[in-house]
Ligand binder design. Structure first.
Ligand code: DGL
Length: 284
């Protein structure tokens, strides 16, 4: 597919690497007719332990690239980019250069879902250090319902464990145990998996919560972002026909990366759920 031939444009999906393919998978399932360009910044991943300034600059370069490829709508399918760069991109970049285009993140869909399903108003979040430090989950939850108490734990070992293909191993169980136990002790009834990679660990997470359920873990609902983001996106497009009508619908999916590693093909296929062929591009 020649990207330049679009009259209407594809949805842009950006992630620091291949974790966002989990979100892209659900978007492809929920909205099969829509075209998308997926861009993974594999040359510079991970973003999770980087400074806000660097995360913003990298994300802005990627978003600029996708907007120039005629994407009317870009989804930051990365929690770290959504929490450290999205607001600034919306406020400073979009309104001046691209007033008709939209950039959305993954934090708000997960937050809305958590607020809807929590019964005891105690929500737990696990995410990268960058996402937790930004305070984005707490801020967005409190904005919508100040009564909800948020308990956060950075879980820096989980993304590398998933990337090493160790998600079914004892190491994964031990790491999950370490991160989830203190949250269960806080009597959370809802847990947000606030990182693209953690969707791969959903089953294991539920299992660990169940094991800790001597007290309260049995009742913890787990929010994995892929499905939630895709459903909320479908709803958003219904409510925003001015964006929807700009989107092309030939069911074409393009995968771009800033570094073409064999990992992207293998792990990417695992995250997306079927084989993908990626093309390398350079971000300015
Ligand atoms: N995609 C990132 C996120 O959701 C995880 C990987 C990274 O640290 O870049 O936060």
């Amino acid at each position: 597919m020649k990207l330049e031939t679009y009259k209407k444009g594809p949805i842009g999906i950006f992630d620091s690497g291949f974790g966002g393919l989990e979100i892209a998978k659900h978007i492809a399932k929920e909205l099969p007719q829509y075209d998308f360009i997926y861009l993974g910044d594999t040359a510079r991943t991970p973003y999770g332990s980087r400074s806000q300034e660097v995360i913003f600059n990298f994300t802005k370069q990627a978003v600029d690239f996708l907007l120039k490829k005629n994407c009317p709508l870009v989804i930051l399918a990365c929690n770290t980019a959504s929490s450290e760069a999205l607001r600034k991109i919306q406020q400073e970049c979009l309104s001046k250069k691209y007033p008709d285009k939209k950039v959305l993140g993954v934090i708000i869909p997960a937050v809305e879902e958590a607020i809807e399903i929590t019964k005891n108003n105690r929500v737990g979040v696990i995410a990268t250090e960058g996402t937790i430090k930004s305070g984005a989950f707490t801020r967005e939850i409190k904005k919508r319902n100040p009564k909800v108490k948020v308990f956060q734990t950075p879980a820096p070992l989980l993304a590398p464990i998933v990337e090493a293909g160790e998600h079914n191993s004892e190491i994964a169980k031990m790491a999950l145990q370490k991160y989830l136990k203190p949250l269960v002790a806080k009597k959370i009834d809802t847990l947000i998996l606030g990182c693209t990679h953690y969707g791969i660990l959903e089953k294991q997470t539920k299992e660990i919560l169940r094991q800790n359920s001597g007290q309260v873990g049995r009742d913890v609902q787990v929010i994995s972002e892929g499905k939630v983001v895709a459903e909320k996106l479908a709803d958003y497009l219904q409510r925003h026909p001015e964006i929807e009508k700009q989107l092309s619908k030939k069911s074409q999916h393009v995968f771009l990366t800033t570094d073409l590693t064999t990992e992207f093909q293998t792990l990417g296929t695992q995250f997306f759920g079927k084989p993908i062929i990626a093309r390398k591009i350079d971000l300015p």
